[in-house]
Design a protein around this ligand. Structure first.
Ligand SMILES: Nc1ncnc2c1ncn2[C@@H]1O[C@H](CCC(=O)c2cccc(C(=O)O)c2)[C@@H](O)[C@H]1O
Ligand SMILES: [Zn+2]
Length: 353
């Protein structure tokens, strides 16, 4: 079971504060955010799938023995997304779940290669995510932007396909802002992807690779030097290298920290051992994210509650964390100011207990 993952020992009123706090989320995956309801609905459409149709059975199914097992389960959910309508439904419902948590802005990581190689037409795929993005903004007021990531283990074929989809003006979706690299890090050195990140950056996209999640600080250094990372997905092992922490702090390169994810994938043993406090003490900019919330038995509000406990934060500290995410985002300046003003107005109104 995953209840050991859901750590909400933050005091009740902080949880109430978090529930209403306007937020931005920068590291959250498209398929990884499919709710149990959506996954079971899609599994029912595809009886050949090994994914359980019963949401209760799904909780056990989303319990991982190690990172490789997580990727295996993740791909079994990817296999459920077979039509443009599946893509549109998933995207809109993810936006609904984000809006329920007062997320005003989210950069959703999408792996188009995984869908096009499974037969979804690339044009129809782009139309589906853009339709859902515009519908979500109209219906919920939630602004979505896309990060396209390379599934690194699939190699340079996947890299070429991903950068083509991200930079071909006939295909590139209006909401695309960044370019990433996901999947297992072990056996997937980052430098080989430099030519592809160079092309994405030349096309105006921001570089946000995963690094240091399941491998050491050298992977984070590689992401910085070879892939010109503007933010680092996880960066957990940076805590092992004081020079790297100093570099991240000095150059104001934010870490997209996903505490419960790191426990669920066994990248970190327990929340109390999570290095997030070391990051803050070293002056590194930290943003709080949920990564693949339903798969990890968490949500963004819970991740803020975890951060409150691990960093000993009060309401003002939590509001600062939320503003870190807004500042680290690729939203335009006017949009950032609007959300930060809303965070400040909400915090000022919150009664001192
Ligand atoms: N915490 C995470 N850390 C890292 N990645 C994460 C995390 N959460 C979610 N992901 C996603 O997992 C996928 C992995 C897909 C993958 O490895 C793969 C390998 C071989 C073939 C194919 C295929 O599609 O044919 C895919 C990526 O899309 C990535 O965005
Ligand atoms: Zn991730």
């Amino acid at each position: 079971m995953t209840e050991h993952l859901v750590d909400s020992r933050a005091p009740r009123d902080l949880k109430a504060f978090v529930a209403g706090l306007p937020k931005a989320e920068l590291h959250v995956h498209h398929v990884g955010s499919a709710s149990p309801r959506i996954v079971s609905e899609l599994a029912a459409r595809h009886p050949d799938s090994k994914v359980p149709t019963d949401p209760a059975a799904l909780v056990d199914y989303f319990t991982f023995t190690d990172f490789a097992h997580f990727i295996e389960v993740y791909l079994s959910v990817v296999d459920l997304i077979r039509t443009p309508e599946d893509v549109r439904l998933l995207t809109f419902e993810v936006a609904r779940d984000l809006a329920r948590q007062q997320v005003r802005y989210a950069e959703l990581t999408i792996t188009p290669f995984s869908s096009t190689r499974r037969g979804i037409d690339e044009r129809a795929f782009m139309d589906a995510i853009e339709d859902a993005r515009k519908a979500a903004e109209a219906e919920f007021g939630t602004v979505l932007r896309w990060c396209f990531d390379i599934p690194g283990e699939a190699g340079l074929v996947a890299a070429e396909e991903t950068v083509r989809l991200a930079t071909d003006d006939r295909l590139r979706p209006e909401g695309l802002v960044s370019f990433g690299l996901g999947g297992p890090e072990v056996g997937v050195p980052r430098p080989q992807f430099k030519p592809y990140f160079d092309r994405a950056i030349a096309a105006g996209l921001h570089s946000v690779p995963h690094a240091g999640e399941t491998t050491g600080p050298e992977t984070v250094w590689d992401a910085l030097t070879h892939l010109r990372a503007e933010r680092i997905g996880h960066g957990t092992s940076s805590a092992q290298d004081p020079k790297l922490l100093a570099h991240l702090a000095e150059h104001r390169i934010p870490l997209e920290v996903c505490p419960t994810s790191n426990i669920a994938t066994r990248a970190v043993r327990t929340l109390d051992e999570h290095p997030i406090k070391k990051f803050v003490e070293a002056g590194v900019i930290v943003t709080i994210n949920s990564d693949d919330p339903p798969m990890f038995g968490t949500d963004l509000d819970n991740e803020y509650a975890v951060a409150a406990r691990l960093l000993d934060l009060d309401e003002r500290g939590l509001a600062e964390l939320a503003k870190n995410a807004v500042d680290a985002s690729f939203l335009d300046e006017a949009g950032k100011a609007r959300i930060k003003d809303e965070i400040d107005a909400y915090t000022v109104r919150w009664p001192d207990r």
